[in-house]
Write a protein that binds this ligand. Structure first.
Ligand SMILES: C[S@@+](CC[C@H](N)C(=O)[O-])C[C@H]1O[C@@H](n2cnc3c(N)ncnc32)[C@H](O)[C@@H]1O
Length: 269
């Protein structure tokens, strides 16, 4: 397995990236909207393919957008822009984009119906949304393993109070959200690819320590208990080390709805 990027989110998701890229099937003239683009890996990738069109990445994190701009500038990409914006409420140009994409950036909306309806209005009639989201925590070995290590034998479960990365894990619930938001032709594909946490145990431990759930749990523990949790985490990561890095099994959904179910109605209003 070629590890490509060595650590960080792009390294973690390198296998998912290939699946997402194939599903996006971006054409040279496409205008692409990247939702929750982070530091813009998928936005830049889209812009390179949509060479006669372009890509806009939006994210609520100002530092992520700043970094995304730096990276795009460093690559000399002229057809990519980034906006610091909440995709749920941002006034996108209407019916502007052929395609909206998202690599794990759509699970954190306060009001998912409002957010997906807002994105739908930005899509051309029959424009596609291609998004990848996590299946449930229990189906993701990485989540089970990290939480089990942090909790330890008989310890309280490691819970996180932050945004829920598994909020779009249930297909019937997601179908209802997207249907209400105006999409049609909604399909779910099971993506069964591993995540990479780093080339070695030290790098992987550093990466996993950055997870919200890890940080919050360690903060709640006294120093001795926190040291024990970190040691268990290190052992768990060591057990998943292979010749090409620390890998965990994972399950995601690739969800592809199409915009426009209510377009005709909207124009008549
Ligand atoms: C798990 S990260 C994924 C980042 C990026 N898609 C990638 O693959 O590198 C989720 C991103 O969604 C962003 N996000 C969360 N809620 C958002 C919202 N309402 N509007 C725009 N971005 C949002 C976060 O700031 C974060 O950068």
């Amino acid at each position: 397995m070629n590890t490509g990027h060595r650590t960080g989110y792009d390294a973690e998701l390198q296998r998912h990236d290939q699946v997402l890229r194939r599903a996006c099937d971006i054409r040279p003239h496409d205008h692409v909207l990247d939702i929750g683009c982070g530091t813009g890996h998928t936005t830049r990738q889209a812009a390179r393919t949509a060479r006669e069109g372009g890509a806009l990445g939006v994210d609520v994190s100002a530092p992520a957008i700043e970094r995304a701009r730096e990276l795009a500038l460093g690559e000399g990409l002229r057809n990519v822009t980034f906006e610091h914006a909440d995709a749920q409420a941002h006034r996108f140009p209407q019916e502007r984009f052929d395609l909206a994409i998202s690599r794990f950036g759509t699970m954190f909306f306060d009001d998912p119906v409002a957010a997906f309806a807002n994105i739908e209005r930005a899509l051309r009639p029959a424009g596609r949304l291609v998004m990848m989201v996590w299946q449930s925590g229990e189906r993701n070995e990485w989540d089970v393993a990290v939480r089990r290590s942090l909790a330890g034998p008989g310890g309280p479960a490691a819970v996180s109070t932050g945004p829920d990365p598994f909020s779009l894990a249930d297909p019937p619930a997601v179908r209802r959200i997207l249907d209400t938001a105006g999409y049609t032709g909604i399909t779910f594909t099971d993506v069964h690819e591993p995540v990479c946490y780093g080339p070695d145990v030290t790098a992987a431990l550093e990466w996993v320590r950055g997870f919200t759930c890890t940080g919050e749990t360690l903060k709640r523990l006294n120093p001795a208990a926190a040291a024990g949790a970190l040691e268990r985490l290190r052992e768990e990561l060591s057990a998943h080390l292979s010749d090409d890095g620390v890998w965990f099994d994972s399950r995601a959904w690739l969800i592809l709805p199409v915009a426009g179910a209510q377009r005709g109605l909207r124009r008549l209003r």
